[in-house]
Ligand binder design. Structure first.
Ligand code: SD4
Length: 315
């Protein structure tokens, strides 16, 4: 019997899972499921940490990272630091389908998005941090984030110049500050795809790109299955954990072994990092592994043939 359709995604983002699975049930491709599922989170602005207006940088501006990858052809599209446009996942899909290129960044990625017909009603973004009129076209949420922020260097009494370079904030990833939807889908014809969407890390240095739009880091799909990652992207991207998990599955490991191994490699060098990896193989088996997540429990969603609703799983 055929294993598909199956969809899994990071964190308890149930509507994203449900919509992606619905797409598969209606005969949509794995790629369509990833686009629909990750876009659902962008629209809902899942916990303020996916989609427009959340996790502002030090200037108070939000921007978006997203990618999509086709496990059949290895075609990939991604955008990083996408500004003034809310449709990151759909723009990534357009990069994949309408260009020979893989990753577009910043304002030029936005220009591509606008040229493809995506856009927003946001007027030009002003640079005045925490000015009320700045937020009108953005969202009320970053205003909240602006208040309590104190650069770590300031807390440590560093000079202003040093402070400007020292913005690393070590955070424990919890169910309150998780930032990324990562999704893997297997469609009824046995094709696989994976993707991500996020607004990244709060109070990042402007220009910072996370792991989410980097193929092999944020997600990966190939002949054996797919994987996606969430967590401390600046650390995790150094280990390409989604590629690593796929490679393990390609060599015959189970999704459980593959995700545990990908996490273990990062933990060996950075015992304090926080993060999780999910994986789905072409037989429809899936698993996740995590490190240093709040309560040491990583919640993710899965829906397979026969499930009326997405199931919340715990790794
Ligand atoms: C990033 N990996 O931009 C994302 C953030 C995240 O849980 O997933 N946090 O680093």
């Amino acid at each position: 019997s055929k294993p598909g359709p199956v969809v899994i995604n990071t964190w308890p983002f149930a509507d994203a899972c449900k919509n992606a699975f619905e797409t598969l049930k209606n005969g949509g491709s794995a790629l369509d499921a990833i686009t629909d599922g990750t876009s659902t989170c962008e629209r809902e602005r899942c916990d303020g940490s996916v989609g427009w207006g959340g996790s502002p940088d030090e200037n108070g501006e939000s921007y978006l990272d997203a990618m999509i990858m086709d496990g059949e052809t290895y075609n990939t599209g991604a955008v990083a630091s996408l500004r003034r446009c809310r449709d990151a996942a759909k723009t990534a899909r357009q990069v994949m389908e309408h260009t020979e290129q893989t990753l577009l960044v910043g304002d030029l990625a936005s220009q591509f998005a606008f040229s493809m017909g995506f856009g927003t009603n946001q007027k030009s973004w002003k640079k005045n941090n925490c000015q009320p009129n700045y937020w009108i076209n953005v969202t009320p949420d970053p205003r909240k984030n602006c208040g309590p922020y104190q650069p770590i260097g300031q807390k440590l009494g560093m000079s202003e110049k040093d402070q400007r370079r020292t913005t690393q904030i070590r955070r424990l990833v919890t169910n309150k500050n998780h930032d990324t939807i990562g999704m893997v889908a297997l469609d009824a014809t046995g094709k696989l795809a994976a993707g991500t969407s996020t607004n990244g890390l709060t109070h990042k240095i402007p220009g910072r790109v996370g792991d989410s739009p980097i193929p092999g880091a944020g997600s990966y799909a190939g002949s054996a299955g797919g994987a996606a990652a969430t967590g401390d992207g600046d650390i995790m991207m150094r280990f390409l954990p989604s590629y690593q998990a796929h490679e393990s599955m390609r060599l015959g490991k189970s999704p459980q072994e593959a995700t545990s191994d990908a996490i273990a490699r990062i933990r060996a060098a950075f015992p304090e990092f926080s993060g999780a990896v999910i994986a789905l193989n072409r037989n429809g088996d899936y698993a996740a592994a995590c490190h240093n997540i709040y309560n040491n429990e990583f919640h993710y969603m899965a829906q397979s043939e026969g499930d009326q609703n997405p199931k919340e799983e715990i790794a």
